[in-house]
Design a protein around this ligand. Structure first.
Ligand code: G3P
Length: 287
């Protein structure tokens, strides 16, 4: 049952409808799901095929992705299901948009994921202007989040998510949860049309801190949701102290939300590495 004091929406981060069913049964609610190429590659049916030494054709893998999100959408018809476009470092905005339009037609409740890169933002700007729901992934800085805000100006609240990847910042010694706090503080100067979706959640501490901060949405792997459920779905208040375990603080920066998206500094090596990894995981599925 959804705790009365829960203000954030909780998504499952995964690529397996069976797991989504289990999460729904365990929590009694789920507000949506995020998928990505790596998570689709981990889907048990996909893994079984690869273990037999087989692979998908380009058409088959898209049909498989379509099948997975259709199942997820049927399980959470009122929720949001994020579907990620294929993007490697050479993929153009035009190509991303073409994919996005197709994927957006797969289900009624899609948010289409684009990388928070120059090409991704170019595609997202057009997609959002046309009313498409979008989720900007692989965000690692406040500036990138400001660019997402700028690229989607005018979009309806609920249509635009930004996904800062906290775990991957932690991995390199930076306090990822502080980026969430910083982006929320920066967005508080604006019109709230972008929702902050805490992603790359690795542990219960991330989830609890995200809830305490009031992150609009958190996408959480099944194992962490289970830990949360086992503890009775606690929603921490002011009394909770997050243990950043000695990670380096990420200082808040005064960044105006008034520029055009291409005036912000967009580069981040983790966005590049993340794009490479997603595309490699996807290509490993294809003959
Ligand atoms: O929500 C994004 C997520 O799937 C990435 O997580 O653990 O690979 O950094 P991770």
């Amino acid at each position: 049952m959804r705790p009365d004091t829960l203000r954030s929406r909780i998504f499952l981060d995964g690529g397996d409808p069976h797991e989504a069913q289990q999460a729904l049964a365990m929590l009694g609610f789920l507000d949506g799901q995020t998928t990505n190429p790596t998570l689709i590659a981990k889907n048990p049916q996909a893994k079984k095929l690869l273990e037999k030494g087989q692979k998908f054709t380009r058409e088959e893998i898209l049909n498989f992705y379509h099948f997975v999100v259709r199942e997820l959408s049927a399980l959470m018809p009122q929720g949001s299901i994020s579907i990620e476009v294929y993007a490697d470092l050479a993929t153009t905005a035009k190509d991303m948009l073409l994919q996005a339009e197709k994927m957006n037609g797969w289900i009624h409740n899609a948010h289409i994921k684009f990388p928070t890169s120059a090409e991704g933002l170019k595609a997202a700007e057009q997609a959002a202007a046309g009313g498409m729901r979008i989720n900007m992934t692989l965000c690692f800085t406040q500036e990138q989040a400001a660019a997402v805000y700028a690229a989607s100006r005018g979009a309806k609240r609920g249509n635009v998510f930004v996904s800062p990847f906290v775990g991957r910042l932690d991995d390199r010694g930076e306090d990822g949860m502080q980026l969430i706090a910083n982006i929320m503080k920066m967005y508080a100067q604006g019109d709230s049309h972008v929702e902050v979706l805490t992603a790359s959640v690795r542990n219960l501490g991330h989830l609890l801190r995200g809830l305490q901060l009031g992150s609009d949405i958190l996408t959480v792997p099944f194992t962490v949701l289970k830990e949360w459920a086992d503890q009775g779905l606690p929603v921490p208040g002011r009394g909770y102290t997050y243990d950043a375990k000695g990670l380096a603080p990420i200082p808040y920066r005064d960044i105006p939300l008034t520029l055009n998206w291409d005036q912000y500094h967009l580069d981040h090596d983790l966005t590049v590495k993340g794009t490479e990894r997603f595309s490699q995981d996807w290509n490993a599925l294809i003959t």
